[in-house]
Design a protein around this ligand. Structure first.
Ligand code: F6R
Length: 364
């Protein structure tokens, strides 16, 4: 059932172009987003005052990326929270708010409790869920189903990628309905979304160099992932992928925060991975990488084809195809998934079933 692959994780990484395309095609008809299956009317979309995104783990990292996209395109204020925090902090919620609960399994105890908390305050709830008929899907007022198919590996890859797609589609549709973008911008964003499957495929096809690089990191003690804005959200997912399956301590840091403490942890040879997909923040993050290098860090850069001057700073560079910066997470995450995977394989670990972890966390 692994279809010739060594592990479910690498099989599922390869399934991402299809999972992304399927999720796109489920709501895109002739280049137009149709949310009638999700069930949010234009009137309801216009009345949304606030968005609360609530989730755990990687799904929370989707929320982090989605926050930037929703706020920038739809101009609706977004707050992203860990479900385990949201459920107990007695949140003050606006009745015209929309709570978006993101969950692959639809059974995560804290996410389900957060959904119930929002509902009890009279707030509309929208689940972005992969498993049909799961608890979150049943209890949410509206459901956007991701079409990742069954995910076996404990570390999520293809479900994460489809959750991103669902959040982009919501952001574009909200932006359109609320007249925050022109028809031309709308068409451009949709056309770009449709290129993502082939761009993801290209990154997967180029995996050998990453495999070689990852195999050299097996003795790393700490790895830091840094970035700004959407690149910070990407860093968080890259760091989680690395630590959960390779057991190497890693941290994601907002690049501008390094000098407020973390930079003291940089030693000779510490791997620092700089995520540089956002043109507006590129130079800022490069200077943070230079600061790390002068403390002895070994630098990897993750950026877009064309940004070749990064080679003046970074010791190793991975390039991803160009896309609209709003969607960069979908491409940048692929090399980071592959890195975590190949480090784990090189260490001979149980990639699909990392110690102490469960696929579906149904207890809090
Ligand atoms: C990490 C991972 C977890 C899940 C989290 C939420 O690779 O898979 O962090 O993202 O446990 O699970 P769901 O999405 O099922 O609510």
């Amino acid at each position: 059932e692994k279809a010739g692959f060594e592990h479910f994780m690498i099989k599922e990484i390869h399934e991402q172009p299809k999972a992304v395309a399927d999720t796109l095609n489920s709501v895109l008809h002739d280049g137009v987003i149709d949310l009638s299956d999700v069930g949010l009317s234009e009137e309801e979309i216009k009345n949304i005052s606030q968005i609360y995104i609530v989730a755990c783990g990687s799904a929370y990292h989707v929320g982090m990326a989605a926050q930037y996209v929703l706020e920038d395109l739809a101009r609706i204020p977004v707050r992203v929270e860990l479900a385990s925090e949201f459920r107990y902090r007695k949140p003050l919620l606006d009745k015209n708010g929309l709570a978006i609960i993101i969950s692959q399994s639809g059974e995560t105890a804290d996410s389900l409790a957060a959904l119930r908390e929002a509902k009890s305050k009279g707030v509309r709830t929208l689940g972005i869920v992969n498993v049909i008929g799961s608890s979150i899907a049943r209890e949410a007022d509206n459901v956007f189903y991701t079409l990742a198919g069954p995910e076996i590996s404990v570390a999520t890859t293809k479900a994460y990628s489809t959750q991103l797609i669902a959040s982009y589609l919501l952001a574009i549709q909200f932006a359109k309905v609320r007249e925050e973008i022109t028809q031309e911008q709308y068409d451009g964003l949709i056309a770009e979304l449709q290129t993502l499957p082939e761009k993801i495929q290209k990154i997967i096809d180029d995996k050998e160099r990453l495999q070689w690089f990852a195999a050299k990191q097996v003795n790393a003690k700490d790895i830091f992932f840094i970035g700004r804005g959407i690149d910070y959200a990407i860093s968080m997912e890259g760091s989680l992928k690395m630590k959960e399956i390779s057991y190497i301590h890693s941290e994601a840091y907002a690049a501008g925060e390094l000098k407020h403490g973390t930079i003291s942890l940089i030693e000779d040879g510490t791997l620092v991975i700089g995520c540089l997909t956002q043109p507006a923040l590129y130079e800022k993050t490069v200077s943070n990488m230079v600061e790390c290098k002068s403390r002895g860090a070994y630098l990897m850069g993750l950026t877009t084809y064309g940004n070749y001057n990064i080679e003046d700073t970074a010791d190793f560079v991975t390039y991803i195809p160009k896309t609209d910066p709003h969607f960069a997470t979908s491409l940048a995450v692929i090399p980071l998934q592959l890195m975590g995977y190949y480090v784990s394989v090189a260490k001979g670990l149980d990639v699909d079933k990392p110690r102490n972890l469960a696929k579906s966390v149904t207890v809090e």
